[in-house]
Design a protein around this ligand. Structure first.
Ligand SMILES: Nc1ncnc2c1ncn2[C@@H]1O[C@H](COP(=O)(O)OP(=O)(O)OP(=O)(O)O)[C@@H](O)[C@H]1O
Length: 238
């Protein structure tokens, strides 16, 4: 469980997160909102890329903000980025192995963990291929595999559906939707693809101008008039 209390982040005059308080308990929770709403900032604070001005975050009894970013990773916090971060000159396997190099004991042989995650994301046949040769979906899957390989407790995903075709999003839906069952980790999923959010997230939080304007069961939230208004110009399917 992620317990966020009174979290505020300013960038100069911009209030990116405005006194947010929320308990995140469900296995897969969506985070949606218009551009600039504060979604990535929330993941950046959780992962240690941004220091908040005030507030506290408790994850499973741990004071997260007291840990340096690398210690959060060792504790079991994994994240992906809006712009996929793969090293082009490394193979798929080596791109994933990077997470194992910095991880603590993961309760199984590291090579077994690598094989398991390659199989899970469907990249077994591509293990030795340089990342430069991958298509966008395979790059995204490589990044997801890197998030999952070291037995994380919490996985933060920043727009993993961005730039993928519909059929690729189907695959992504399976991979994200089964993280809890296969790896035991809680997932926080930011995406603009409302159908992806709707299909995998039991609860969803909506940010607007740094504030939580709705949080609850995904379908209820998507039907909320305030949420529809915040998304004016963006269609939310009924
Ligand atoms: N490093 C930074 N320096 C200055 N301003 C920033 C920085 N990071 C974010 N912001 C500002 O904070 C606000 C929230 O940005 P954030 O990236 O968290 O929004 P977002 O909801 O993730 O948007 P998007 O959907 O476009 O990714 C925006 O006004 C943004 O311009």
């Amino acid at each position: 469980m992620i317990k966020i209390s009174d979290l505020t982040v300013h960038f100069g005059g911009v209030v990116a997160l405005d006194n947010i308080t929320v308990d995140i308990q469900d296995d897969i929770v969506g985070v949606i909102g218009p551009n600039g709403a504060g979604k990535t900032t929330l993941i950046n604070v959780l992962s240690g890329f941004v220091l908040p001005d005030s507030g506290a975050i408790d994850v499973e009894g741990v004071d997260l903000l007291s840990l340096a970013p690398h210690r959060r990773a060792r504790w079991g916090l994994a994240r992906s980025f809006q712009k996929v971060q793969t090293a082009d000159n490394l193979s798929v396997a080596d791109n994933i192995w990077v997470s194992l190099d910095t991880s603590a004991s993961i309760g199984m042989r590291k090579s077994a963990a690598l094989n398991r995650v390659l199989e899970y994301v469907g990249l077994v046949d591509m293990a030795n291929v340089p990342a430069a040769m991958l298509n966008p979906c395979q790059r995204r899957m490589t990044e997801l595999a890197r998030c999952l390989v070291a037995s994380p407790r919490i996985v933060l995903l920043d727009e993993p559906g961005g730039g993928l075709s519909e059929c690729e999003v189907d695959r992504l839906r399976y991979v994200i939707g089964n993280i809890k069952a296969n790896f035991g980790a809680q997932v926080l999923l930011i995406d603009h693809d409302v159908e992806l959010i709707r299909s995998v997230c039991s609860k969803t939080m909506v940010l607007d101008f740094g504030e939580i304007i709705a949080y609850g069961p995904t379908e209820t939230v998507l039907q909320d008039e305030n949420v529809k208004a915040a998304y004016l110009g963006t269609e939310i399917g009924t």
